[in-house]
Ligand binder design. Structure first.
Ligand code: ADP
Ligand code: MG
Length: 452
């Protein structure tokens, strides 16, 4: 099993994380839903616990092992010795099972991440509505938005909010039957129940909860019998006035191969989307993660401009932002000195490169033409008018600085001009921008427009 799991993890966490954190681990056994792993050092054990437990659990479960918790032990070469835990970070809080089972019966939920609480969720413009709706549901008073449907791109906080709802409900009412699971797990349980002829048990179990949360529901698209069962579970719970929370990577109407009746059911409550993060939100999240990490790793420090740099440059996905920060913390704690901007650019070169927004020469030409109010065909064409020559040079300059195209390649995109002509244009703008404040402002503005 471990071999397969490792292979899968390599894809999930990326090569460098894999080598640093996963490869040194050994699977030493299973006991009562707990997978036992051995790590060579306390540092690695804690790191893995904090940062990769989720992915490891998921990979283990996908490989057929039914585990809900990891137990990471430090295994040193000399038997019988255990390293001092003194200066190592405290182990992560144990992951609670997703459910309280009043009748002593286990609900088939997924484990909840202890870090995914409302306290740890940073609220900004892009996620304010989703956050408020999740809060309202977590208060559990009256079922108002049913279902609550959260959608948005990868890494924008859907799973975090769902776990937060579960934690909060559980804290307010330990008896509440809260069931959180992914759509994939829903299907897995369903298929298993079919196979073992326990479909009645399955049905009654899912109908006995107070709140059902199904994450990444787009997964059941195209899976007909699972959709059918999901539909019935859904209706039964709504009929009993039980809360349902669903997430997906897109709006209900846009999920392909999902039955119409399910789409319309999903749209019948409150549908809220998590918008892509903005700069302020990213900076807020980074600051919060730094504070959290500081609590665990002590006197590690990161220069303030590093956070601003990251918030500017890594715009796609909060998970990537976190990964970047994790790596910086590892570096800081290994080197024992402040992380500077230079070190950041060096260490994160791969992440920065892959999260760069790729601007094309064509986009640049379009934006420049728009900005200077000239025709795109004129900008690219042969006219030599002064009113067109300057915008054209600006576009050449931006193409050279914002894309990886070579001068001949850019020349081809400017109506087949020679590379020396392009170079001349680029130089001209470089020369002028120092003295011409209007030009320099134009360039900044265009850059910002193209980068966002
Ligand atoms: P999704 O389920 O939408 O793909 P997740 O909920 O898994 O995204 O979020 C990815 C990571 O980013 C998680 O570690 C989560 O804690 C973090 N994250 C996302 N949004 C926020 C936020 N607003 N505040 C704090 N952490 C966030
Ligand atoms: Mg998710």
């Amino acid at each position: 099993v471990w071999g397969d799991v490792r292979k899968k993890l390599r894809d999930v966490v990326g090569e460098s994380n894999f080598i640093t954190w996963i490869a040194p681990l050994e699977l030493t056994g299973f006991r009562g839903g707990v997978a036992q792993l051995a790590a060579p050092t306390n540092f690695i054990a804690n790191w893995v616990n904090r940062n990769f437990a989720d992915q490891i659990l998921r990979a283990l479960n996908a490989a057929g092992a039914e585990v809900h918790r990891l137990d990471l032990a430090v295994q040193v070469r000399v038997p019988g010795t255990r390293p001092e835990a003194e200066d190592s970070p405290a182990p992560a809080a144990p992951r609670a099972a997703a459910v309280a089972a009043p009748q002593g019966e286990e609900l088939p939920g997924a484990p909840l991440d202890a870090r995914y609480t409302f306290d740890n969720f940073v609220v900004g413009k892009p996620n304010a509505l989703a956050h408020a709706a999740a809060r309202r549901v977590a208060e559990g008073a009256a079922v108002t938005f049913n279902p609550l449907f959260l959608y948005g791109g990868v890494g924008l906080g859907k799973t975090h909010l769902m776990h937060a709802i579960a934690w909060e409900l559980q804290a307010r009412n330990p008896e509440a039957r809260v069931l959180y699971l992914s759509a994939e797990q829903f299907m897995y349980r369903f298929v298993q129940a079919l196979r073992e002829k326990q479909i009645m048990d399955f049905k009654s179990l899912f109908r006995s909860v107070d709140i059902l949360m199904v994450d990444d529901v787009q997964f059941i698209a195209g899976k007909d019998s699972t959709q059918e069962e999901f539909f019935h579970t859904f209706n039964a719970l709504i009929d009993q006035n039980k809360q349902i929370v669903i997430s997906a990577d897109r709006a209900p109407g846009e999920i392909k191969d999902l039955e119409e009746r399910i789409k319309s059911r999903l749209q019948s409550g409150l549908v809220v989307d998590l918008h892509p993060t903005d700069y302020e939100l990213r900076l807020g999240i980074l600051q919060q993660k730094v504070d959290q990490n500081r609590a665990n790793y002590g006197n590690v420090s990161i220069a303030p401009d590093v956070l601003e740099f990251l918030a500017h440059r890594i715009t796609t996905n909060v998970r990537v932002l976190e990964g970047a920060l994790t790596r910086l913390f590892a570096l800081a704690s290994l080197l024992g000195r402040e992380i500077t901007l230079d070190m950041t650019q060096d260490t994160l070169a791969d992440i920065l490169r892959s999260s760069e927004r790729k601007v094309t020469v064509e986009e640049i030409q379009r934006k420049v033409a728009e900005h200077y109010n000239v025709r795109l065909s004129d900008l690219i064409g042969p006219k030599r008018l002064r009113t067109i020559a300057r915008p054209r040079q600006v576009a050449m300059y931006l193409a050279k600085h914002m894309t990886t195209r070579s001068l001949p390649e850019i020349g081809r995109r400017f109506g087949g001009r020679d590379h020396t002509t392009i170079l001349h244009g680029v130089r001209k703008v470089e020369e002028l921008r120092a003295q011409d404040s209007q030009l320099s402002e134009d360039l900044d503005l265009l850059r910002r427009l193209l980068e966002s």
